[in-house]
Unconditional design. Structure first.
Length: 583
């Protein structure tokens, strides 16, 4: 048998290091059996007692790579800032750090050159490779996941003196002091639990006989805790104290902010945007978690299809004009905008942002927090920006006619402007601006593109089950992509990796409508949204539904999740399947 050159080089290194004898080397290389690289490694371990580390050093010499003992590596909060943990698990790679414009990674299979290419594409950095053991790479990623498991409420509930699920009589005086140690611990634990679960929001909801605590994970609300009504008053008072709100005011809604780093010793550096509201059984509170340690993701990690990614990257390089993102609350608009700004952020341009609130702090950006109580609104901030010589402006949201008018003016006077609107899809954004009183010719002259987006839950890679589409599902997929085949379905029972949900993480879907000559004529003529949508599709736009079906085809999510997120397009729209790229 003629072994591959690299396999022979590995065996020669083992021979030179004294781990194989001449007879053993000859026996392996002259065998008549067909042996793969994996089979040779198994043979070396079982018949010749070659250890993993001996083989690692032999491989590193053959590939001219530096070996590393993964056990000695320490992970930090920035470890997975460029490559998320799901990506690392899927591609069997571990990011170790950064050096200049290089990302340093450890992997165990130097044969697979696609991994380094994928890492470079996702991270946007050059790649420096070290060689490590796969078992240790897997272990350190799993251990990192384990650190984020829920810490539980058992000890806090016990300290409160009652099982939160019991119906026993509770003495309200036991919980009347919001400064009591159990209440402080409970408030902190609720936030810690939500943070480690990857939640975006915390809901504390009063009912007649209980108060429910829920968290939103991957867009879905999950029950976490039930506490007696007697304890909820003190809990709400404690949270209001942390948010610097008036604890005596229970009849009016209040808004505040908790800087959680001041209240915990675990290094959890998050802020919480707090909103209270008087409800029929007492005050309720909702807290949005703003993770200040969380960095922006590179654009390729946000779920853009290949075509949309190329087009969007080209559009954000324009010198002036208006780029709008639309979608409901929690659809990923802010993350996409930050990622876009991060990509074009260079030393030779000035970027100003007006935000409410500032969710992420990026180096190189001059960010302004809105203060409506003193009259600092998006419109006033935008008006001031025009006198401060910016190249790029981000306005958190276009809410009224005044802001819309100044935004269009900024886009027409040599500025690249990013903002968001609450519309359902890209074509209706034009109608929304028209309703705000913006002249159609001003819209067509300033608009570069509109990106509508949503977030769908990713199917768990560990427990998903593929099946062949039939019936209505096959018909929907056929209309959207002219394709049917095997697609993933979520496991009913889930697995430990996804916490029994069948889904883990989320992926974005996008409807990217860029302007064209035909589209400009339609906008100037005041055509309705349906006409604009048909024109945009003829010019290559993939609808949200089409993109969601593409994610199903690529194995990222399920048909049920896609349909529940975005309904199928109406049959009146002419679908050009040539614009949909194969997976």
């Amino acid at each position: 048998m003629a072994l591959a050159r690299i396999q022979t080089a590995i065996l020669e290194n083992l021979l030179q290091m004294g781990h194989l004898t001449d007879a053993q080397f000859k026996n392996i290389t002259e065998t008549d059996e067909e042996l793969s690289g994996e089979a040779i490694e198994t043979l070396l371990a079982t018949d010749y007692k070659i250890t993993q580390y001996q083989l690692l050093f032999a491989k590193s010499r053959a590939f001219e790579l530096t070996p590393i003992n993964i056990k000695h590596c320490m992970l930090t909060e920035t470890t997975f800032s460029k490559l998320d943990q799901d990506f690392c698990q899927e591609h069997k790679v571990l990011p170790l750090g950064f050096a200049g414009d290089y990302i340093i990674i450890a992997l165990s299979n130097p044969f697979d050159l696609r991994v380094t290419s994928k890492v470079q594409e996702v991270s946007g950095m050059k790649v420096s490779v070290l060689l490590g053991l796969q078992s240790e790479i897997d272990k350190i990623i799993v251990d990192k996941n384990d650190q984020h498991q829920a810490v539980g409420f058992g000890d806090v509930v016990e300290a409160l003196g009652a099982d939160y699920e019991s119906d026993d009589e509770i003495d309200e005086e036991d919980f009347s002091d919001e400064e009591s140690a159990p209440i402080i611990k409970l408030a902190n634990r609720i936030v810690e639990e939500a943070y480690f679960a990857g939640a975006s929001d915390i809901h504390i909801e009063p009912f007649e006989k209980e108060t429910r605590v829920r968290v939103r994970v991957d867009g879905v609300l999950l029950n976490r805790l039930t506490i007696p009504p007697a304890a909820s008053g003190a809990l709400l008072a404690r949270l209001k104290v942390m948010a610097q709100l008036d604890i005596a005011e229970k009849r009016m809604p209040q808004d505040g902010r908790i800087i959680f780093k001041q209240y915990n010793k675990k290094g959890i550096d998050v802020d919480l945007r707090v909103s209270t509201a008087p409800l029929n059984h007492g005050e309720g509170i909702v807290m949005r978690i703003l993770d200040k340690q969380k960095s922006t993701l590179p654009l390729p990690a946000l779920g853009f299809s290949d075509r949309n990614l190329r087009l969007y990257r080209d559009l954000i390089q324009r010198p002036y004009g208006m780029i709008l993102h639309c979608g409901p609350t929690g659809s990923g608009k802010s993350m996409t905008l930050y990622s876009a700004l991060n990509e074009i952020n260079t030393a030779d341009i000035c970027i100003r942002t007006a935000e409410d609130p500032i969710e992420y702090t990026l180096p190189g950006l001059l960010q302004m927090q809105m203060q409506r109580k003193i009259g600092l609104t998006f419109a006033s901030a935008l008006r001031s920006f025009l006198r401060q010589d910016p190249d790029v402006i981000l306005v958190g949201e276009i809410r009224d006619r005044e802001t819309a008018g100044i935004a269009v003016e900024a886009a027409l006077t040599g500025h690249l402007l990013f903002s968001t609107l609450h519309t359902n899809d890209a074509p209706t954004t034009v109608s929304r601006l028209t309703e705000m009183g913006i002249e159609p010719f001003m819209i067509s002259a300033s608009l570069i593109c509109v990106c509508a987006q949503r977030l769908m839950r990713r199917v768990c890679k560990s427990c998903k089950r593929n099946y062949l589409q039939e019936g209505n599902e096959a018909e929907i997929m056929q209309r959207a992509l002219s394709w049917t085949g095997r697609v993933p379905g979520a496991s009913e029972d889930g697995c430990p990796s996804c916490g029994g949900n069948g889904y883990k993480g989320r992926v974005g879907i996008h409807e990217l409508m860029s302007t064209s000559e035909e589209l400009i004529k339609a906008i100037n003529a005041g055509e309705e949204a349906a006409v604009i949508k048909r024109i945009a599709m003829r010019n290559g736009m993939m609808t949200l539904h089409q993109d969601s079906m593409l994610k199903v085809k690529e194995g990222l999510t399920t048909m049920s999740e896609a349909i529940s997120t975005v309904p199928p397009d109406m049959e009146e729209y002419e679908v050009d399947h040539n614009v949909v790229e194969p997976a």
